[in-house]
Design a protein around this ligand. Sequence first.
Ligand SMILES: [Zn+2]
Ligand SMILES: [Zn+2]
Length: 218
Amino acid sequence: MKLELTDDEVLLLSSSPREEIQKAVGLARARIEMAKSRPELSIEEARFLADVLDEAKTRGVLVWEAGTMFSCPLCKKRGEDILYRSGTRKGKRKSMGVVHGIELANRFVRVGNNVTLGACHECLSKESLLTRLRDELKVVPVQLPAHLYVAGASNWRKIFHVRCESCGWEGLETEMRRLRSLTGSGSFFGGCLKCSAENRWFGQTLIHRLATWVMVQA
Ligand SMILES: [Zn+2]
Ligand SMILES: [Zn+2]
């Protein structure tokens, strides 16, 4: 069984020792607080803001990329269904329509037609929401896309820890040796600092990213 709970209902679980429930309780609290302290925003916008802040704090990076969704989580706008234009099924639904918008969550795998953390273009071009977003993010150590960065604020970069399979060296991605890129016009962090191991475009990856990172002021 899968239940969708409201933020208030999630708070009722606050005595549970389970880590994922504690996380959900923390986020529900942040969303409720945000809605209370920002009466100028709609409840959906306030929740979205709390979710973006949570993503920024826990992942250290936000992006600004094209994304599609069946409906916008902020304004609830839905895409127009695509219908068969001829044949026996003429007028019947061929596929569900989508709304075009922006994805803020940086994920390696994307689930089709559902942004992880995003909204439609219209919602994310509202100055009231954007100004709030930029304002709240100013004080969070997070790597930001240009759209969310305020001139003069600290510029952060997320840098992963890496480990070399050959010699066991562990360090930061930016401490690796720079290798010439394929086209020869640039370079990338690809070599172990302590041994000759190198990550090549079409070869083995010998130096792997770990699950931990640091935020560095650029
Ligand atoms: Zn929208
Ligand atoms: Zn090494």
